[in-house]
Design a protein around this ligand. Structure first.
Ligand code: UD1
Ligand code: CA
Length: 456
């Protein structure tokens, strides 16, 4: 296969987004629009990816600083041809170039591949039949049906405007032709722009074949210009992701009520109820069930675990057969081993909980190491923060913490200890004993009366 250069045009201002964020940094499925285009480009294994940027360029460059990309600036947007001219210095003589648009996130790698197999000796263009082609460049064909030119809407005759086959903007050609054609462009047209599309007429004049590859997937060639486009493409992206999951055997109670902003990988017999949001990288093991209204980010959840409704999980690992929620909040740095239970209104942060331990009601457990088969009673709080520093709480195997206890860190509750309900524990509790700390006596005042409302 010949060498491949990919040029991504991304200098457009995106005025219609009405946003201070550069257009190509808005997100689809949790990844920037340009990020999707770059990801597609990378699957084609190019020698070079060249991005032509303009508005908001510095932020755009920073966002992709980890990628191996050549950035070229187009200070003034003088047209798509002018944009590609900015990249000429980086084009390899013996390569083919694929032109992609930085605002078309659902671009299809197999369509690009088709263009590239044609591009060795030809100019190959991805086209599309648009019911309302207004605004698009029209694919003009001669009497033999060969593509003879692309005419932009504003330059088109009434008759040409009847043509519904339009240019998607995605094309591929040998650099030896492209570089020569770019040097021939003029801006003598209705918009005073340097049109990349004028290269089609040059190719025809110079007897280089022009071929159009028709796609029937409109979304894969739809550019984002406004928030309305962003919203519709987001929905398409989500629908397609959900379809993939269904085809893999995941049960989705309603595929229209699932959002994935990142990647979700699922084992066999996974069930996901409605209104769940997955962010970052999430993996769900065999038989995992996620009930309605959960938000799960950067988490690995192992086989047989059930997540009850309204649970929020962030940067957490959960072992097999755990029972989490409803209304649980698992914050970064948390690890739950197999068979653990975390119930309603329990918040865990940077805590490791070992096999079989239970924290079922109304607790805050932060910066804690919890052993095996521990039972943490309702309303238990680890007091991990003194206002300046954070300290750890260690709860060893087989401990029972009575309800409404405060464990003031740093503190260790040794193996098999029991803490009496309502205790504020400030010193280490010895193994195997009952430790408690309460007001000395329980008083009852027989003469006490409830206050009554004072009449005015
Ligand atoms: C272009 C095509 C048109 C095609 C349409 C598909 C030309 C002359 N016309 O239209 O045939 O039907 O795309 O959407 O090529 N860009 C730059 N610098 C510029 C101008 C544009 O980087 O100076 C980038 C934009 O950021 C965008 C892409 O090129 O990603 C297409 O630009 P846009 O203005 O949307 O397309 P048109 O020129 O209207
Ligand atoms: Ca334009």
């Amino acid at each position: 296969m010949s060498k491949l250069n990919i040029v991504i045009l991304a200098a457009g201002k995106g005025t219609r987004m009405h946003s201070d964020t550069p257009k190509v940094l808005h997100e689809i499925g949790g990844m920037s629009i340009l990020g999707h285009v770059i990801a597609c480009a990378k699957t084609l294994k190019p020698n070079k990816i060249i991005v032509v940027y303009g508005f908001g360029g510095e932020t755009v460059k920073q966002t992709f600083s980890a990628e191996n990309i050549i950035w070229v600036k187009q200070a003034n947007q003088l047209g798509t041809g002018h944009a590609v001219q900015q990249a000429v210095a980086h084009l390899d003589d013996d390569a083919n170039t694929l032109i992609l648009l930085g605002d078309v996130p659902l671009v299809d790698a197999s369509d690009c591949q088709k263009l590239l197999t044609l591009a060795n000796a030809k100019l190959a263009i991805l086209s599309f039949n648009k019911a309302d082609p207004t605004g698009y460049g029209r694919m003009v064909r001669d009497a033999q049906g060969q593509v003879s030119a692309i005419v932009e809407h504003k330059d088109a005759t009434e008759q040409q405007r009847e043509i519904t086959e339009v240019n998607t903007g995605i094309m591929a050609m040998p650099n030896k032709h492209l570089v020569k054609w770019l040097a021939q462009l003029t801006n003598d047209n209705a918009q005073g722009e340097y049109y990349l599309t004028d290269i089609v007429a040059f190719a025809v004049q110079q007897s280089v074949s022009v071929v159009a590859e028709l796609t029937d997937d409109e979304w894969s060639v739809t550019g984002i210009n406004a928030k309305t486009d962003l919203a519709s493409i987001e929905r398409v992206y989500q629908t397609r992701y959900a379809q993939q999951l269904l085809l893999q055997g995941v049960t989705l109670k309603d595929p229209a009520r699932l959002d994935i902003r990142g990647t979700l990988s699922c084992g066999r017999d996974v069930e996901i109820d409605v209104n769940c949001l997955f962010e970052g990288h999430v993996s769900l093991g065999d038989g995992v069930k996620v009930a309605a209204n959960c938000v799960i980010k950067n988490a690995a959840i192992e086989a047989g675990t059930h997540i009850a409704p309204f649970t929020h999980i962030d940067d957490t690992q959960i072992g097999e057969n755990a029972r989490i929620g409803p209304f649980a909040r698992l914050r970064p740095g948390t690890t739950l081993a197999a068979n653990t239970h975390v119930g309603n209104f329990v918040e865990l942060k940077n805590s490791q909980v070992d096999v079989g331990s239970k924290i079922n009601h109304l607790s805050y457990v932060g910066d804690a190491t919890v052993g095996k088969n521990v039972n943490i009673g309702a309303g238990t709080i680890t007091c991990n923060y003194d206002g300046a520093n954070k300290f750890r709480t260690v709860i060893e195997d087989d401990v029972f913490i009575g309800s409404d206890s405060q464990l003031v860190a740093p503190v260790t509750i040794a193996k098999g200890a029991t803490i009496g309900a309502g205790s504020t524990i400030t010193k280490d509790a010895p193994a195997g004993q009952l430790t408690f700390c309460r007001a000395k006596e329980q008083k009852s005042i027989a003469s006490w009366k409830r206050p009554v409302k004072i009449k005015k």
